[in-house]
Design a binder for this molecule. Sequence first.
Ligand code: NAD
Ligand code: GLY
Length: 375
Amino acid sequence: MQVSSPFRSATASAQVHIALADRSYPIVIGSGLLGHASTYQHVPHASTALIVSNTTVAPLYAVQLQNALQARYPKVLLLELPDGEAHKDWPTLQRIFDALLGNGCDRKTVLFALGGGVVGDMTGFAAASYMRGVPFVQVPTTLLAQVDSSVGGKTAINHPLGKNMIGSFYQPQLVVCDLDALKTLPKRELSAGLAEIIKYGPIADMAFFDWIETYIDALMASEPAALAQAIQRSCEIKAHVVGQDEREQGLRAILNFGHTFGHAIESGLGYGHWLHGEGVGCGMVMAVHLSQRLGLVDSAFVERLTRLIERAGLPVKGPVLDERDNAGRYLDLMQIDKKSEAGEIRFVLIDGPGKAVVRPAPAALVREVLDTCCA
Ligand code: NAD
Ligand code: GLY
């Protein structure tokens, strides 16, 4: 007997549209996309394309992309940056400008970000600033970048005092999510991407949350059809939110569920010790505990979310950042957050499953949560 797959076919490509008037663009999702010239047929023409990648991803995928782009751009350049969150900084960004100016790139030059969120955020920021703005394309190669960072136009570098503190909103021309690129992704990075997928459930879509719970083992096994469906739904939710609030004047902040605590973990430990997705996963556990203490969700939901995050291979206990006053250290770090207003930390909380709210919380309650949630 033939058992039919519960997933849509992974071989057929899907498209999600980001509707932002003259800054609208498609996200294409499928197999074998990044090495095909036709994938880029609507990207502007120019004499030069610059692929920005890193020392890990370039050896895996740069030749495929170069070959695809050569049909369209007379000159295709490649820049390999050092790998890692610790390099999402000014000196590394400067290397992109050095390459652009050193090669005589003009304001029509198209940048292609080939890599995870670090490469994507830095390339986007370079594209936003070079000659006051040149076109760029996101070719995300991590699960996290395919479901979140490549979509929506947030670009940034880190500052030692705070994550993603220097950047701009700048939309790409196209996002290319090639499922084949995920085949080389380390397991730990897969889990990091699952954190951002899980995030979309509690803030916006509990039916999707149920679906993730049902198919978490298939996702953990990198089943292409399951990944394709999760990527598509994640991009649809993100597109819907960004379409209503591109520059985070309100609603878009819900996409930062788990990030206030998570960013404190990342910067408190030093960038690169915990992966961004690990910080977000654990941060969601902390944020849902805080939601419960404020009477917004019950303990059953706290347990349900914690269990799913655990099944995704993510940490659910936060690190101790200061032996003497751990909660105080987290609170200090969380103050440097783009959602803070007049020095007051604002948290993304779950206001009943499927709905998020952004609001401050009493420091005493936050301390209780941190005492419970840090090992
Ligand atoms: P990353 O870019 O550091 O990539 C993770 C690791 O996987 C790196 O070592 C990378 O070289 C490697 N890698 C990438 N693709 C690979 C592949 N196909 N095969 C093998 N190895 C591969 O991390 P990330 O998780 O992709 O992104 C995290 C970053 O994204 C953080 O800086 C975070 O702040 C940012 N972010 C931005 C947004 C946004 O809206 N702009 C949203 C979420 C996260
Ligand atoms: N990752 C959060 C956002 O794009 O707004």
